[in-house]
Design a protein around this ligand. Structure first.
Ligand code: AMP
Length: 213
């Protein structure tokens, strides 16, 4: 079985793009944000509890996210990408115990490194499509073939208006600050791999494959 991945990446580092490539290789993409959004859309007990917390942009309690994740991992029988967990050092410790319980030890932690400047350029130029695809107005590598039109489904692309500069800077800095103890945690276990996203998406993908072999 291919090694499991814990992805840690600042906003706009390309985690979505790299995750999609791994999904094509047979990985299951586990995003705690997506799982929580699904609970909300189904209006489950959990969904009702977390709706306002998520809207405010705060973190949901560790126990709620942990329960969802535990259920998911306990029944999974393929390699996975973990996206959005751990968000705190406490969650890293919880995950470590869960992995021991479930006898999961074939995993690597990948940090996609991106400077604030590069992340800003990507974020402000981001175009998305209803189908989930995303593109960039500025970066040649990520431009759609036809301006403003999705390569995959042909629909009109939308510019995300929440990606304004100031809120992006705050999001980026908060992420980097929170990630630092988590990186140290995995570094001390010899699990952390830092990849410089300035290499471009193809080279990043190659490095990821090399790490997961
Ligand atoms: P994301 O899609 O990863 O950006 O997550 C969206 C929202 O879901 C976050 O702002 C949190 O409110 C919540 N969330 C996702 N993952 C976690 C987590 N590991 N711990 C706590 N809250 C989370």
């Amino acid at each position: 079985m291919m090694k499991n991945v814990i992805f840690i990446a600042p906003p706009s580092a390309g985690k979505g793009t790299q995750s999609a490539l791994l999904v094509d290789l047979g990985y299951e993409h586990i995003s705690t944000g997506d799982m929580l959004r699904e609970e909300i859309s189904k209006q489950t007990e959990i969904g009702k509890k977390v709706e306002s917390i998520m809207q405010s942009g705060k973190l949901v309690s560790d126990d709620i996210v942990y329960e969802l994740l535990k259920n998911k991992l306990s029944t999974l029988n393929k390699s996975f990408i973990l996206d959005g967990f751990p968000r705190t050092l406490n969650q890293a410790n919880m995950l470590d115990k869960l992995f021991q319980e479930l006898k999961i030890d074939n995993y690597e932690v990948i940090y996609l490194d991106i400077t604030l400047e590069d992340a800003l350029e990507r974020a402000l130029g981001r175009l998305t499509c209803e189908c989930g695809a995303s593109y960039s107005k500025y970066n040649e590598e990520f431009k759609p073939k036809v301006d403003g039109v999705c390569d995959k489904c042909g629909k009109k692309l939308i510019s995300r208006n929440d990606d304004n500069e100031e809120s992006f800077r705050v999001r980026y800095q908060t992420f980097v600050d929170n990630a630092s103890p988590i990186k140290e945690f995995y570094e001390s276990k010899n699990k952390l791999h830092n990849i410089d996203t300035a290499l471009g998406k193809d080279k990043v993908a190659e490095e990821i494959k090399e790490i997961l072999k």
